[in-house]
Write a protein that binds this ligand. Structure first.
Ligand SMILES: [Zn+2]
Ligand SMILES: [Zn+2]
Length: 243
């Protein structure tokens, strides 16, 4: 099974190939087609923040699969040329590799995050909801715009849910168990508007983001410019008798 981006054909961009590996595992090999020069050039323009998110996505795969990036370290890799490869091996302990359930799981746990990492490096634009257009205010407007962009980036959302799990970090709501197929409503919240800190530190998508349900997300942002922390909101909820 081979997977590539719709708008790039198989030869002009990253391709993930899934094969059975031994009796219980899937091997996934991600590489670039032989006419990928244009995409590789785009990738060479990726910002440090894009690179960091891409690396974090790959690292999130390494929590459940064996990852090898030939010739490079798993933490500090860069796509330098068309020879770049990521090899992953994912073991299925409870199902057989040819079952549909196993394929779905390997896609969810390995292929989607790896391809999301590539999409981040290539710089696929985040589709903005025009109705949610930013209204930067004078104080901290720029940093709020940055935070808001991070909160709306679907790759940040994917990473955040993979790391923290698919439930609200304040009230614990698991929307899929409540709303079933309509349950993909968790939003990403950026804990600290990093650029507003007195001593700014680099943004880290693994620790700076938390999934919140839409209600709790609205609630933490009732304080501006600094949002309430999940702890503070939880304390208010307790006071109100809803903890
Ligand atoms: Zn909530
Ligand atoms: Zn937020």
């Amino acid at each position: 099974m081979r997977i590539w981006f719709n708008d790039l054909d198989e030869k002009r961009g990253p391709v993930a190939e899934l094969k059975p590996h031994g009796l219980k595992s899937h091997g996934v090999s991600l590489g670039f087609g032989s006419f990928s020069a244009q995409v590789l050039e785009q990738i060479s323009d990726a910002s440090p923040e894009d690179i960091q998110l891409a690396r974090s996505l790959v690292k999130s795969v390494a929590r459940s699969a064996e990852i090898d990036i030939p010739g490079q370290s798993a933490d500090e890799w860069l796509v330098q040329d068309g020879g770049f490869r990521i090899e992953a091996r994912y073991r299925h302990d409870h199902t057989l590799p040819h079952e549909d359930e196993s394929l779905t799981e390997t896609c969810r746990e390995v292929i989607i995050p790896l391809m999301a990492a590539m999409a981040e490096l290539i710089g696929y634009d985040v589709v903005e909801d025009p109705s949610a257009s930013l209204t930067p205010e004078v104080e901290g407007g720029l940093s709020r715009a940055t935070v808001s962009r991070r909160e709306r980036n679907p790759r940040n959302r994917l990473l955040c849910l993979r790391i923290h799990g698919a439930y609200c970090g304040c009230c614990g709501l698991d929307p899929e168990s409540r709303y079933g197929h309509a349950g993909s409503i968790l939003e990403v919240h950026h804990l600290e508007p990093v650029s507003m800190l007195e001593h700014p530190r680099p943004y880290d998508p693994e620790t700076d983001l938390i999934p919140l349900c839409p209600n709790c997300h609205r609630a933490v942002h009732t304080r501006r410019p600094w949002p309430l922390t999940p702890h503070e909101l939880a304390a208010y909820m307790e006071e109100a008798g809803h903890a």
